[in-house]
Design a protein around this ligand. Structure first.
Ligand code: ZN
Length: 185
């Protein structure tokens, strides 16, 4: 089954995002739903503008979180990242939790070199959805077949629709799902 899918549909979707979701530990240290805790004035004055760096997308994630009413500090959460040649085909990134390397995001080198900035952002945000927000995968698609969440598993049941026009929706979905989880779980 998996091999069938692999050899047909999913080749078109370019990449998977593999994630080790094993012990999902919501790792949110500092959620704050009221924007009364602004840290935006100081934080990233020294931030990199290099879109080739993972740090650039980490900073953007924190900014998006802030706009959604959450204060997230990835460094304080101890989330690390590294490049690696990931052996599994089509795997662009991973978020791993284990005692040896807690909250480790690994990005495939080759994927990174070839990916657009938008795709890089989606993959980093997806992995941070696991590592920083403690989110699991969410499948499902709209009437046109587009994924309802960037937290899709990559099983081929939907198409990625992440772009500058849809970003507002996807960011709301990413963080508000978290918000509801926090409230009701
Ligand atoms: Zn994932």
């Amino acid at each position: 089954m998996n091999r069938l899918v692999l050899s047909s549909l999913l080749l078109l979707s370019v990449f998977f995002i593999a994630c080790e979701d094993d012990p999902i530990e919501p790792a949110i240290n500092q959620t704050n739903n009221s924007p009364s805790n602004p840290s935006s004035n100081s934080t990233q004055t020294n931030s990199t503008n290099d879109t080739n760096s993972i740090e650039y997308y980490f900073n953007k994630f924190e900014q998006e979180a802030y706009e959604q009413g959450f204060s997230i500090d990835l460094a304080a959460q101890g989330i690390n990242y590294k490049f690696e040649d990931i052996e599994q085909e089509f795997v662009a990134g991973m978020c791993t939790y284990n005692s040896h390397e807690p909250n480790q995001i690994t990005i495939d080198r080759e994927f990174w070199q070839k990916a657009s900035n938008s795709l890089r952002e989606m993959v980093i945000f997806h992995e941070l959805g696991h590592c920083a927000l403690g989110r699991d995968h969410r499948e499902g698609h709209d009437a046109d077949g587009f994924c309802i969440s960037i937290m899709r598993s990559g099983d081929g049941s939907c198409r990625d629709g992440y772009n500058s026009q849809t970003k507002t929706y996807y960011m709301s979905e990413l963080f508000n799902d978290l918000y509801f989880n926090e409230l009701f779980n």
